[in-house]
Structures are given as C-alpha cells and as structure tokens.
Design a protein around this ligand. Structure first.
Ligand code: PAF
Length: 279
C-alpha cells in the first residue's frame, strides 16, 4: 500500500497504471470504522486498484465546533486500510486541496434544499466541491458511498450524472452496531449513557415499518419525535418520510412506492442521522 500526500505524486502513479485497469475509490474523512471498511472491501473485490482518500474537508462543516472536534487517528486508519487490502491512500493537506480561494459552487434543486440542506446550510456545496475535485484527481471508474448519508449519496449521483457521466456511483447499505446504531465516526463522542440510548433511532425506524399499516406518514413522524424527546434526545431536527428517488415528502402512502424515513436528532452534543427504507 502506498500513501500519497501530494496531488502530483498521486497523478504520477495514476499515469503509470494500465488504462484498462478498473479503479475503485472510497472518499472518507478518516477515523475509519466497519462502515468504511465494508466499502473498501467491496471495492477491493470489484476492481484492480482501490484508492481511499482521507481528508477532513473544512468546507463542508457549517459548525466550527464540529470541525474542531472531528475525531482523527491517521496511524490507526493507515493500519486498517492496509489490512482491508487498500492499494493507495490519498491524504492531502488543506493547502494541497485548496491552494486558492474556492470559486466553484453547486446547487442540486429538490435534493439539497430539504433535510440536511435546511439544517446544515452550505454543507452539500462543500461536499460537492471536494468530491468533484477528488474525482478529477483520482479518476476512478467506480466510487462507493454509504447509504447512512443517503441524501449525500443522491447528491453525488446527481453530480456524477452532470459532470462525470462515465463514473459509476455505488450506494452501499448502512453498517450497524449490534444494537442497530448506524456506525459513524462521531459515535465516539457519545457518553456511556447517551450510547445506551442511541439505538432508539434504529428501534423507532424499525417500528415505523409496522405503524405504516395503521398510521399516516405525518402521524408516524410526530410519534417518533415525541418518543425521542421522551428518551432523552436533546433536540429533534427532522423526522421526514420521503420518496427514496426524489426525496419529496410523502404525505400519503399511495404517493410513493419507495418511502424512506430520515431522522436527524441531537443526543447530548452529538448530532446523529439515520434513515431506513419503509417497505
Ligand atoms: O461522507 C463523508 O465522509 C464526506 O462527506 C465525504 C464524501 C468524504 C466528502 O468529504
């Protein structure tokens, strides 16, 4: 496995490999967990080379404290990637990725103005800026994204459709802890008591599948919000049942053949997001 910190170093390697090789790419912000590793393993199976980027992208953080507290552990990440069969790590500095003022801006109507787009203004623009730059540097054939960040996955698919038509974007199922909590680098910031309560999100989303028989989407959203607050969640930002393809809110079950529930809630000072298909 090789580690490149400069764009030129990576490009030199990329120019040397055969043009017929298949290259899989997993972009990350590091502090890796099983969720990331499952993407890496999939890529290793399906491609000749797997490249993983580790870059905590300041441009996508709309909250300074979240950026400062974002967990990092380069040595551990490198060891985990070696073990998972990764070939190349691309680990640029902020100056390497953003040598000049950022001038590009992106908008994905209907996809970026709901849910995360409302509560994290500028977040998806920052994600699109870095992912587009990474795609241009890495030149992958396939790129892998976890569906825990389902809205991000939809936006990246749209970005690829507009700008990288030959690139395949693969969305992979969320990897969960034994109690159902979606794996996330931010979970380490939960206290012991918060961690015990954190599985409520999964439990309630699973219950929503059954409640669907009897209750409307709005009734379920309200019920889950109340249950989370009763369970000690500090704040519920949104509980939204939307169509999986358009992200449009589902008002009546007959409006969508692929309803999906999306949740963002604060437990202490950690913001958790998750989602689940309701079929
Ligand atoms: O999902 C993430 O970890 C980040 O948003 C990504 C895609 C690596 C871009 O910084």
């Amino acid at each position: 496995m090789r580690v490149f910190r400069s764009i030129q170093g990576y490009k030199n390697w990329r120019n040397e490999i055969s043009t017929s090789s298949k290259l899989g790419f997993v972009p990350t912000m590091g502090f890796l967990h099983e969720g990331h590793l499952s993407l890496v393993r999939n890529s290793v199976q399906e491609n000749n080379y797997t490249v993983v980027s580790i870059f905590v992208n300041p441009v996508q953080f709309n909250n300074r404290e979240d950026l400062e507290k974002y967990p990092r552990n380069e040595t551990r990440d490198i060891a985990m990637l070696e073990e998972a069969g990764c070939d190349i790590i691309f680990m640029p500095s902020i100056e390497e990725m953003y040598p000049e003022e950022i001038t590009e801006s992106y908008s994905f109507p209907a996809l970026d103005d709901v849910m995360e787009g409302v509560f994290r203004p500028g977040h998806f623009n920052g994600v699109a800026v870095v992912v587009a730059r990474l795609f241009k540097i890495i030149l992958p054939n396939i790129s892998y994204f976890g569906k825990k960040d389902y809205q991000q996955y939809m936006i990246i698919k749209e970005l690829a459709r507009q700008q990288f038509p030959d690139l395949i974007i693969k969305g992979m199922e969320t990897i969960r802890e034994k109690d159902g909590l979606a794996m996330s680098s931010r979970n380490v910031r939960l206290s012991v008591v918060e961690r015990e309560n954190a599985d409520m999100i999964f439990q309630l989303m699973t219950r929503a599948k059954k409640l669907k028989e009897e209750f409307s989407p709005a009734e379920i959203e309200k019920h889950i919000a109340n249950m989370l607050v009763n369970a000690g969640f500090a704040k519920v930002e949104y509980i939204q049942i939307s169509d999986a393809d358009t992200l449009e809110p589902v008002h009546q079950w007959k409006d969508s053949s692929k309803p999906r529930i999306f949740i963002a809630a604060w437990l202490g000072n950690v913001r958790l997001i998750d989602n689940m298909e309701l079929i």
